[in-house]
Write a new protein. Structure first.
Length: 323
Protein backbone atom coordinates (compact mmCIF):
# COMPACT_ATOMS: atom_id res chain seq x y z
CA UNK A 1 0.00 0.00 0.00
CA UNK A 2 2.81 2.42 0.93
CA UNK A 3 4.58 1.58 -2.32
CA UNK A 4 1.38 2.28 -4.27
CA UNK A 5 0.91 5.63 -2.50
CA UNK A 6 4.52 6.60 -3.21
CA UNK A 7 4.11 5.58 -6.84
CA UNK A 8 0.96 7.66 -7.22
CA UNK A 9 2.64 10.63 -5.51
CA UNK A 10 5.72 10.30 -7.74
CA UNK A 11 3.51 10.13 -10.83
CA UNK A 12 1.59 13.25 -9.74
CA UNK A 13 4.85 15.13 -9.15
CA UNK A 14 6.09 14.16 -12.62
CA UNK A 15 2.79 15.30 -14.15
CA UNK A 16 2.97 18.66 -12.34
CA UNK A 17 6.61 19.11 -13.41
CA UNK A 18 5.72 18.31 -17.01
CA UNK A 19 2.81 20.76 -16.94
CA UNK A 20 5.04 23.43 -15.41
CA UNK A 21 7.74 22.87 -18.00
CA UNK A 22 5.16 22.94 -20.78
CA UNK A 23 3.71 26.23 -19.51
CA UNK A 24 7.20 27.73 -19.16
CA UNK A 25 8.01 26.67 -22.72
CA UNK A 26 4.75 28.21 -23.97
CA UNK A 27 5.52 31.56 -22.29
CA UNK A 28 9.06 31.42 -23.67
CA UNK A 29 7.64 31.00 -27.18
CA UNK A 30 5.28 33.96 -26.65
CA UNK A 31 8.04 36.22 -25.28
CA UNK A 32 10.31 35.28 -28.19
CA UNK A 33 7.46 36.10 -30.59
CA UNK A 34 7.05 39.62 -29.20
CA UNK A 35 10.82 40.18 -29.14
CA UNK A 36 10.98 39.34 -32.85
CA UNK A 37 7.95 41.58 -33.47
CA UNK A 38 9.62 44.48 -31.65
CA UNK A 39 12.61 44.10 -33.94
CA UNK A 40 10.37 44.81 -36.95
CA UNK A 41 9.74 48.37 -35.76
CA UNK A 42 13.45 48.92 -35.12
CA UNK A 43 14.35 47.62 -38.59
CA UNK A 44 11.63 49.71 -40.26
CA UNK A 45 12.83 52.88 -38.49
CA UNK A 46 16.47 52.04 -39.26
CA UNK A 47 15.89 51.99 -43.04
CA UNK A 48 12.99 54.47 -43.21
CA UNK A 49 15.11 56.93 -45.20
CA UNK A 50 16.19 54.26 -47.71
CA UNK A 51 13.20 51.96 -48.21
CA UNK A 52 9.64 53.24 -48.87
CA UNK A 53 7.09 51.90 -46.37
CA UNK A 54 4.88 50.02 -48.82
CA UNK A 55 7.85 48.28 -50.43
CA UNK A 56 8.85 47.02 -46.99
CA UNK A 57 5.25 45.99 -46.24
CA UNK A 58 4.73 44.21 -49.58
CA UNK A 59 7.96 42.20 -49.53
CA UNK A 60 7.49 41.34 -45.86
CA UNK A 61 4.09 39.70 -46.31
CA UNK A 62 5.04 38.11 -49.65
CA UNK A 63 8.17 36.41 -48.31
CA UNK A 64 6.43 35.35 -45.08
CA UNK A 65 3.54 33.90 -47.13
CA UNK A 66 5.96 31.98 -49.40
CA UNK A 67 7.82 30.52 -46.42
CA UNK A 68 4.70 29.40 -44.51
CA UNK A 69 2.76 28.09 -47.52
CA UNK A 70 4.55 24.69 -47.79
CA UNK A 71 4.07 24.07 -44.06
CA UNK A 72 0.27 24.00 -44.44
CA UNK A 73 0.12 21.95 -47.68
CA UNK A 74 -1.96 19.19 -46.08
CA UNK A 75 -4.67 21.82 -45.45
CA UNK A 76 -4.84 22.98 -49.08
CA UNK A 77 -8.25 21.35 -49.64
CA UNK A 78 -9.88 23.19 -46.74
CA UNK A 79 -8.09 26.42 -47.70
CA UNK A 80 -9.31 26.29 -51.30
CA UNK A 81 -12.86 25.59 -50.14
CA UNK A 82 -12.74 28.58 -47.78
CA UNK A 83 -11.41 30.86 -50.52
CA UNK A 84 -14.22 29.80 -52.87
CA UNK A 85 -16.86 30.41 -50.21
CA UNK A 86 -15.58 33.61 -48.55
CA UNK A 87 -12.89 35.20 -50.72
CA UNK A 88 -14.02 38.80 -50.24
CA UNK A 89 -14.12 38.45 -46.45
CA UNK A 90 -10.61 36.99 -46.41
CA UNK A 91 -9.35 39.78 -48.66
CA UNK A 92 -10.94 42.54 -46.56
CA UNK A 93 -9.85 41.16 -43.17
CA UNK A 94 -6.35 40.04 -44.19
CA UNK A 95 -5.76 43.23 -46.15
CA UNK A 96 -6.85 45.38 -43.21
CA UNK A 97 -4.84 43.66 -40.48
CA UNK A 98 -1.67 42.47 -42.21
CA UNK A 99 -1.19 45.07 -44.96
CA UNK A 100 -3.00 48.38 -44.33
CA UNK A 101 -2.12 48.31 -40.62
CA UNK A 102 1.57 47.55 -41.20
CA UNK A 103 1.84 50.00 -44.08
CA UNK A 104 0.42 52.81 -41.96
CA UNK A 105 2.81 52.07 -39.12
CA UNK A 106 5.78 51.97 -41.51
CA UNK A 107 4.64 55.33 -42.95
CA UNK A 108 4.43 56.69 -39.42
CA UNK A 109 7.94 55.50 -38.59
CA UNK A 110 9.30 57.81 -41.30
CA UNK A 111 8.35 60.73 -39.03
CA UNK A 112 8.03 59.29 -35.50
CA UNK A 113 10.55 57.49 -33.31
CA UNK A 114 10.25 53.77 -32.61
CA UNK A 115 9.86 54.29 -28.83
CA UNK A 116 6.74 56.39 -29.35
CA UNK A 117 5.37 53.85 -31.82
CA UNK A 118 5.81 51.05 -29.28
CA UNK A 119 3.89 52.93 -26.59
CA UNK A 120 1.05 53.87 -28.95
CA UNK A 121 0.72 50.26 -30.14
CA UNK A 122 0.04 49.24 -26.53
CA UNK A 123 -3.34 50.94 -26.99
CA UNK A 124 -4.51 48.17 -29.38
CA UNK A 125 -6.23 45.96 -26.74
CA UNK A 126 -8.29 48.90 -25.46
CA UNK A 127 -9.35 49.96 -28.97
CA UNK A 128 -10.22 46.33 -29.64
CA UNK A 129 -12.36 46.15 -26.50
CA UNK A 130 -14.30 49.28 -27.49
CA UNK A 131 -14.88 48.01 -31.04
CA UNK A 132 -15.91 44.59 -29.70
CA UNK A 133 -18.54 46.35 -27.61
CA UNK A 134 -19.84 48.29 -30.63
CA UNK A 135 -19.65 45.51 -33.24
CA UNK A 136 -19.94 42.25 -31.27
CA UNK A 137 -21.98 43.57 -28.33
CA UNK A 138 -19.41 42.21 -25.86
CA UNK A 139 -19.80 43.47 -22.26
CA UNK A 140 -18.01 46.65 -21.22
CA UNK A 141 -18.47 47.91 -17.67
CA UNK A 142 -17.99 51.29 -16.05
CA UNK A 143 -14.39 50.55 -15.08
CA UNK A 144 -13.58 49.60 -18.67
CA UNK A 145 -14.95 52.95 -19.85
CA UNK A 146 -12.88 54.79 -17.23
CA UNK A 147 -9.79 52.78 -18.13
CA UNK A 148 -10.28 53.52 -21.82
CA UNK A 149 -10.52 57.26 -21.15
CA UNK A 150 -7.38 57.22 -18.99
CA UNK A 151 -5.43 55.26 -21.64
CA UNK A 152 -6.64 57.64 -24.37
CA UNK A 153 -5.34 60.57 -22.31
CA UNK A 154 -1.99 58.78 -22.19
CA UNK A 155 -1.88 58.69 -25.99
CA UNK A 156 -2.79 62.40 -26.12
CA UNK A 157 0.09 63.20 -23.74
CA UNK A 158 2.53 61.37 -26.02
CA UNK A 159 1.22 62.91 -29.25
CA UNK A 160 1.39 66.48 -27.89
CA UNK A 161 4.71 65.65 -26.17
CA UNK A 162 3.37 66.70 -22.79
CA UNK A 163 2.50 70.21 -23.99
CA UNK A 164 -1.22 71.15 -24.09
CA UNK A 165 -0.20 74.23 -26.09
CA UNK A 166 0.88 71.94 -28.94
CA UNK A 167 -2.67 70.59 -29.12
CA UNK A 168 -4.11 74.11 -29.22
CA UNK A 169 -1.73 75.00 -32.07
CA UNK A 170 -2.44 71.65 -33.79
CA UNK A 171 1.33 71.18 -33.75
CA UNK A 172 1.14 67.40 -34.06
CA UNK A 173 3.56 64.86 -35.49
CA UNK A 174 1.85 63.27 -38.53
CA UNK A 175 3.88 60.10 -38.02
CA UNK A 176 2.31 59.49 -34.63
CA UNK A 177 -1.17 59.98 -36.11
CA UNK A 178 -0.34 57.38 -38.78
CA UNK A 179 0.66 54.93 -36.03
CA UNK A 180 -2.59 55.57 -34.14
CA UNK A 181 -4.48 54.90 -37.40
CA UNK A 182 -2.50 51.69 -37.92
CA UNK A 183 -3.32 50.55 -34.38
CA UNK A 184 -7.00 51.27 -35.03
CA UNK A 185 -6.86 49.17 -38.24
CA UNK A 186 -5.34 46.25 -36.36
CA UNK A 187 -8.10 46.44 -33.75
CA UNK A 188 -10.72 46.43 -36.53
CA UNK A 189 -8.97 43.37 -37.99
CA UNK A 190 -9.04 41.58 -34.63
CA UNK A 191 -12.75 42.19 -34.11
CA UNK A 192 -13.73 41.28 -37.68
CA UNK A 193 -11.64 38.10 -37.49
CA UNK A 194 -13.39 37.18 -34.23
CA UNK A 195 -16.80 37.78 -35.82
CA UNK A 196 -15.98 35.89 -39.04
CA UNK A 197 -15.18 32.57 -37.28
CA UNK A 198 -13.50 31.03 -40.33
CA UNK A 199 -13.74 27.23 -40.18
CA UNK A 200 -10.06 26.36 -40.72
CA UNK A 201 -7.04 25.83 -38.45
CA UNK A 202 -5.12 28.92 -37.30
CA UNK A 203 -1.92 28.51 -39.32
CA UNK A 204 -3.63 27.77 -42.66
CA UNK A 205 -5.93 30.73 -41.98
CA UNK A 206 -2.89 32.93 -41.34
CA UNK A 207 -1.41 31.87 -44.69
CA UNK A 208 -4.67 32.82 -46.44
CA UNK A 209 -4.73 36.19 -44.66
CA UNK A 210 -1.10 36.81 -45.62
CA UNK A 211 -2.04 36.06 -49.24
CA UNK A 212 -4.81 38.64 -48.94
CA UNK A 213 -2.28 41.09 -47.50
CA UNK A 214 0.02 40.56 -50.50
CA UNK A 215 -2.82 41.43 -52.89
CA UNK A 216 -3.76 44.47 -50.80
CA UNK A 217 -0.22 45.85 -50.46
CA UNK A 218 0.61 45.35 -54.16
CA UNK A 219 -1.26 48.44 -55.51
CA UNK A 220 0.38 50.69 -52.88
CA UNK A 221 3.80 49.25 -53.76
CA UNK A 222 3.20 49.77 -57.49
CA UNK A 223 2.11 53.37 -56.79
CA UNK A 224 5.40 53.94 -54.95
CA UNK A 225 7.30 52.61 -57.96
CA UNK A 226 5.27 54.80 -60.32
CA UNK A 227 6.06 57.80 -58.08
CA UNK A 228 9.77 56.91 -58.39
CA UNK A 229 10.02 56.01 -54.70
CA UNK A 230 12.37 53.10 -55.18
CA UNK A 231 14.11 51.10 -52.50
CA UNK A 232 17.82 51.53 -51.93
CA UNK A 233 18.73 47.87 -51.60
CA UNK A 234 22.17 48.39 -50.11
CA UNK A 235 23.47 46.34 -47.20
CA UNK A 236 21.21 48.02 -44.63
CA UNK A 237 18.11 47.65 -46.81
CA UNK A 238 18.73 43.96 -47.48
CA UNK A 239 19.39 43.22 -43.81
CA UNK A 240 16.23 45.03 -42.74
CA UNK A 241 14.10 43.33 -45.40
CA UNK A 242 15.50 39.90 -44.54
CA UNK A 243 14.74 40.50 -40.86
CA UNK A 244 11.18 41.80 -41.19
CA UNK A 245 10.28 39.02 -43.65
CA UNK A 246 11.88 35.96 -42.02
CA UNK A 247 12.54 36.23 -38.24
CA UNK A 248 10.15 39.18 -37.83
CA UNK A 249 7.65 37.83 -40.35
CA UNK A 250 7.27 34.10 -41.01
CA UNK A 251 8.90 32.91 -37.77
CA UNK A 252 7.12 35.52 -35.62
CA UNK A 253 3.71 34.64 -37.10
CA UNK A 254 4.41 30.93 -36.59
CA UNK A 255 5.46 31.42 -32.95
CA UNK A 256 2.41 33.58 -32.28
CA UNK A 257 0.14 30.79 -33.52
CA UNK A 258 2.00 28.28 -31.32
CA UNK A 259 1.66 30.57 -28.28
CA UNK A 260 -2.11 30.90 -28.86
CA UNK A 261 -2.45 27.12 -29.07
CA UNK A 262 -0.53 26.66 -25.81
CA UNK A 263 -1.75 29.62 -23.75
CA UNK A 264 -5.07 30.58 -25.33
CA UNK A 265 -5.80 33.82 -27.15
CA UNK A 266 -6.37 35.92 -24.01
CA UNK A 267 -3.11 35.11 -22.21
CA UNK A 268 -1.06 35.21 -25.43
CA UNK A 269 -2.57 38.56 -26.39
CA UNK A 270 -1.89 40.19 -23.00
CA UNK A 271 1.83 39.57 -23.55
CA UNK A 272 1.63 42.18 -26.35
CA UNK A 273 2.57 44.73 -23.69
CA UNK A 274 6.03 43.15 -23.42
CA UNK A 275 6.61 44.30 -27.00
CA UNK A 276 6.49 47.95 -25.86
CA UNK A 277 9.35 47.31 -23.41
CA UNK A 278 11.37 45.44 -26.04
CA UNK A 279 10.90 48.28 -28.54
CA UNK A 280 12.04 50.93 -26.03
CA UNK A 281 15.14 48.92 -25.05
CA UNK A 282 16.11 48.05 -28.64
CA UNK A 283 15.45 51.62 -29.83
CA UNK A 284 17.87 52.87 -27.17
CA UNK A 285 20.56 50.27 -27.88
CA UNK A 286 20.37 50.25 -31.70
CA UNK A 287 18.89 53.61 -32.72
CA UNK A 288 20.15 55.71 -29.82
CA UNK A 289 16.66 56.95 -28.90
CA UNK A 290 16.09 58.34 -25.41
CA UNK A 291 13.01 58.03 -23.23
CA UNK A 292 11.51 61.47 -22.66
CA UNK A 293 9.41 62.58 -19.70
CA UNK A 294 6.25 62.66 -21.85
CA UNK A 295 6.91 59.03 -22.83
CA UNK A 296 6.89 58.04 -19.16
CA UNK A 297 3.82 60.16 -18.35
CA UNK A 298 1.86 58.75 -21.29
CA UNK A 299 2.96 55.19 -20.58
CA UNK A 300 1.91 55.55 -16.92
CA UNK A 301 -1.59 56.64 -17.96
CA UNK A 302 -1.87 53.80 -20.49
CA UNK A 303 -0.77 51.23 -17.89
CA UNK A 304 -3.26 52.63 -15.37
CA UNK A 305 -6.03 52.40 -17.96
CA UNK A 306 -5.02 48.83 -18.83
CA UNK A 307 -5.14 47.82 -15.16
CA UNK A 308 -8.71 49.12 -14.91
CA UNK A 309 -9.63 47.17 -18.06
CA UNK A 310 -7.90 43.90 -17.17
CA UNK A 311 -8.38 43.65 -13.38
CA UNK A 312 -11.88 45.09 -13.04
CA UNK A 313 -13.80 43.04 -15.58
CA UNK A 314 -17.52 43.60 -16.12
CA UNK A 315 -19.83 41.11 -14.47
CA UNK A 316 -21.55 38.87 -16.97
CA UNK A 317 -25.30 38.67 -16.54
CA UNK A 318 -26.55 35.35 -15.19
CA UNK A 319 -28.54 33.28 -17.63
CA UNK A 320 -32.05 32.67 -16.34
CA UNK A 321 -33.70 29.44 -17.32
CA UNK A 322 -37.22 29.52 -18.61
CA UNK A 323 -39.56 27.23 -16.78
Amino acid sequence: MAINVLAVHSSAVRTEDAAGNSLAAAYSVAVCCWLLSAGVYIAAKWVSSEMPPWALCFWRVLIAWAILLPIVRRHFGAMVALVRARALELLAIGGMGLAICQGMIFVGLEHADATTAGIIIALIPIITMILARLILDEPMGTWQVIGSIIAFLGIVVIIVKGSPAALMRLDLNPGELWIVAGSFCFSVYTVLLRRAKFDVDRLPLLVLLLGAAVLTALPFYLFELASDERSTLNGSGLIALAYVAIPGGALMYYLFNRSIEALGAARAGVLLYIQTIFIAVLAHLILGEQLQLYHLEGAALIIAGLLFVILLKPQSKPVTKKS
